[in-house]
Design a protein around this ligand. Sequence first.
Ligand SMILES: O=c1ccn([C@@H]2O[C@H](COP(=O)(O)OP(=O)(O)O[C@H]3O[C@H](CO)[C@@H](O)[C@H](O)[C@H]3O)[C@@H](O)[C@H]2O)c(=O)[nH]1
Ligand SMILES: [Mn+2]
Length: 455
Amino acid sequence: MDRGRGVYSPLFETKKGRGRLIYRLFSISLFTAISFIWLYRFNHIITTNYTQQEEDGGKLVWFGMLAAELWFGFYWFLTQAFRWNLVFRQPFKDRLSQRYEHMLPEVDIFVCTADPEIEPPMMVINTVLSVMAFDYPSEKLSVYLSDDGGSEITFYALLEAATFAKHWLPFCKRFKVEPRSPAAYFNGIKDTNIANELVAIKKLYNEMEKRIEDATKLKRVPQEARLKHKGFSQWDSYSSKRDHDTILQILLHKKDHDNSKDVHGFMLPTLVYLAREKRPQYHHNYKAGAMNSLLRVSSIISNGKVILNVDCDMYSNNSESIRDSLCYFMDEEKGHEIAFVQSPQAFENVTKNDLYASALLAIAEVEFHGADGCGGPLYIGTGCFHKRESLCGMKFSDEYRHNWKSEDNLSTEETLHELEEKSKGLASCSYEENTQWGKEVLNSIFSYDIIVLEP
Ligand SMILES: O=c1ccn([C@@H]2O[C@H](COP(=O)(O)OP(=O)(O)O[C@H]3O[C@H](CO)[C@@H](O)[C@H](O)[C@H]3O)[C@@H](O)[C@H]2O)c(=O)[nH]1
Ligand SMILES: [Mn+2]
């Protein structure tokens, strides 16, 4: 931005949907037609002289029809809010790089999983790897896996993923791989001119896959892996999925720099495994409870200013999405109005003709944009970027501007072990007892003005 010369080039622009005039004309004409139907029914009911025989059945039917048409007409009228004013947003990542490449904020990514049987560890780590490999400075990226299943196998898979990432991340960056979930990439690949490198990385992947699949089938972690990593000892006091201490392990971190570098010597993103404490007498609040724990734990490990949440069954299919979302948050004029950026979901395994509309196309391609045009886009959970401050009680103010330059004040002196122990306390199940959570936090999010949808 060049404020000095009065030129402002925004980091994103908003375009109105094409064909709105035609749609509005269509909508008005349909509304007129609906009104005529109402009028016709109404008129018929009050003007027709019924004989007794007709009154027994006929009039009731007319009333029933009128009631149904009033209801459906009203419902249709409400849905117009989602179609009347579609807007489309376009981020400018090149401008973001020009202005902010050296001061990009730390980003924390929360991946949630809850059950190693329904959500196989192989799928979970593919999601984790897809977000670790984002096109973003690795030292500013932290990935947290929240495992509400408290599963040793998932932990083992994550350990394997941390090792595989040492090869996978440089490979993605070198060959601009897309998408960055290894399973999805290997599935989709056809012709390639990187045959040798591809064979090598695929071999590593397949070997890892076999080890994890075997452990999943046998429901047992190989003894040698257990002996090699101290993290497994945390399961010694584990009694069940609903009754265990906090299990927290920082697998990759700059404080452990020798082990946290890729094969070319570059730092990998921070990687943390967390199974928050569970006790039968405390409600764990499902995913929301997991997100709260992650919010607290991450605040002392990395304290990223921007948080992305992904469900473990939804890998990232665009390595630049962090940069996309930052274009909205960091825009000098409008960024302060934006609390979250929601990406749409895409589904791979829908049936060919999608009879039941499971791909949610109307929602993703029309209604999201319509709601955005009304100033109230939808938050759907996975794939959503939040500003940390908007989740932590910050109230919206038009004067407020976020200082993206500010340094975090994380302690640099403590050892990794001390950091782990301190973080565990924040994942305790009684932490939220007698707090205002659930009453106030929602107000603070929705006191923000607009929320945008990524294209
Ligand atoms: O106790 C729990 C239960 C679930 N989850 C995780 O929460 C996510 C979503 O749960 P799922 O049962 O898969 O719900 P879906 O209906 O598939 O998910 C949609 O609906 C949810 C809200 O109902 C949103 O949170 C999700 O982002 C959205 O994709 C998954 O990653 C789970 O692993 C937990 O972490 N802890
Ligand atoms: Mn799901």
